[in-house]
Ligand binder design. Structure first.
Ligand code: SF4
Ligand code: SF4
Length: 438
């Protein structure tokens, strides 16, 4: 098999959810490189991940090159100038992979073509990387091998859609059940535990600083659990429950919330999103030392007060010391989607935006209502979205009715809130966690 045949066979796969397919994807990809080597064009995040992936698969990488090779920091391998590819002038021996984000693929192809090499048909790496990564993880999940969950936060396969992660989450919770009359495709939900926070970020996803002080509160534990139980009861398996805020670690009943969620039979993994500014106490740390809980520490820098920066350091050290699964964020910019102006566009354009929005699946749950995403939730609690629009009042339905609603919600091609949102193409790029006066 050669790489073109491999692509024809596997590139259209949406998600890998079959062990035999996962195995064949890997075996046949390796076969393509029995007598060949890879050249990676682009040494940014995508290029480095592709390099690591090829390394894991035993695919030999002849070189990794980049236009800005002098500024590339890649510890595993030296990055060379792009024109060094010309020295590798055997078209039969190498395959070139253009490694860049989806929106810049065309630009990179033009750059590559201008170089004038013997390689006529380079491959876009991103899609190949997605398929390979899914296959590797699906194999692991089926063979009782560990998947290091913190890696999922920055994985090219969007974690909420990942079949391997869902499978692994079922294994972690020893879930083997099969539910009927339940939603198959609704697999993840994020609970907004309240609007209380240590920070006041100008472009907060959940618009926390813009909620009036009298409305700020923690959602009661019983409400949180009742809501999550209700959604879980209508799903075949709810692989991921995210806890978001405000600051989840400020919630006075977080321990009981975590214990309650862990007891729901068909819930898999809990993700907690924290700024790290609240150092977890001993009781919470004990609960966090659990393979089904993963923490994302957003790890903000000097835009926040020094005292809070010190707390972040302390939190990170503590999580490390206690072996808590966690990921330290290294986000260098945010996208500001906190505006709510009406966007005039065709139905097709709207659908296209929704399809490309990575937040379209982030499903926020708050006090008995399910929202499409944090923009939808924030617009509603700020009273900007006046109508009921397409949020779901989860307790207004029976378990079976809600299952049908969730399935429809999941298969929707757009959402009302998107008409008032600049994501994903036009939202302004801004600095991380810029603080406002509290
Ligand atoms: S999201 Fe996680 S489980 Fe899924 S492919 Fe990525 S690293 Fe693997
Ligand atoms: S485009 Fe739609 S799904 Fe994406 S953040 Fe905006 S409202 Fe949410």
């Amino acid at each position: 098999m050669d790489i073109r045949q491999w692509k024809a066979k596997y590139l259209a796969l949406d998600m890998i959810e079959d062990y035999e397919v996962a195995k064949n994807v890997i075996v046949e990809f390796k076969e393509c490189f029995k007598n060949k080597e890879a050249i990676i064009y682009g040494a940014g995040v995508v290029g480095q991940e592709v390099y690591n992936l090829f390394l894991e698969l035993g695919v030999k990488v002849a070189t990794i090159v980049d236009k800005n090779y002098r500024n590339c920091k890649f510890e595993k391998c030296e990055v060379s100038a792009t024109n060094t590819i010309k020295l590798l002038n055997q078209a039969n021996k190498y395959e070139v992979f253009l490694a860049v984000g989806e929106f810049r693929e065309k630009e990179m192809l033009d750059d590559f073509n201008k170089l004038g090499t013997v390689f006529q048909n380079p491959h876009f790496a991103l899609r190949i990387q997605k398929i390979l990564q899914s296959a590797i993880c699906y194999n692991k999940a089926c063979n009782d091998q560990e998947i290091y969950l913190p890696n999922c936060y920055e994985c090219v396969v969007f974690e909420n859609e990942c079949g391997a992660l869902q499978k692994y989450a079922q294994k972690l919770n020893h879930f083997t059940g099969k539910k009927t009359n339940a939603s198959k495709n609704f697999k993840t939900v994020g609970y907004i535990l309240g609007q209380v926070c240590t920070l006041s970020c100008k472009c907060c996803n959940e618009s926390v600083p813009y909620v009036s002080k009298i409305m700020k509160k923690f959602v009661k534990k019983d409400t949180v659990l009742k809501d999550i139980e209700k959604v879980a009861a209508s799903c075949e398996f709810l692989g991921i429950v995210e806890l978001v805020g405000g600051e989840p670690l400020l919630h006075p009943e977080l321990d009981k919330i975590l214990q309650g969620i862990m007891q729901i039979e068909n819930v898999g993994i809990i993700h907690i999103f924290t700024s790290g500014t609240v150092v977890p106490n001993e009781e919470i740390i004990k609960l966090l030392e659990n393979p089904r809980i993963v923490i994302y520490v957003s790890n903000y820098g000097d835009t926040i007060p020094e005292k809070l920066q010190n707390n972040i350091l302390e939190t990170k050290q503590l999580l490390k010391r206690k072996g808590v699964l966690h990921k330290e964020g290294n986000c260098t910019s945010w996208m500001d989607f906190s505006t709510y102006d009406y966007i005039k566009e065709s139905d097709e354009e709207l659908k296209n935006r929704f399809k490309n929005c990575y937040l379209g699946d982030c499903h926020r749950l708050y006090e008995g209502y399910l929202y499409r995403c944090s923009h939808h939730y924030a617009g509603t609690i700020l009273d900007i979205f006046k109508e009921e629009n397409d949020r779901i009042s989860i307790h207004a339905y029976t378990q079976e009715e809600l299952a049908v609603k969730l399935e429809l919600f999941e298969s929707a091609e757009t959402a009302e809130a998107c008409k008032f949102c600049k994501m994903p193409f036009d939202a302004e790029i801004i600095g991380v966690a810029e603080q406002m006066e509290k």
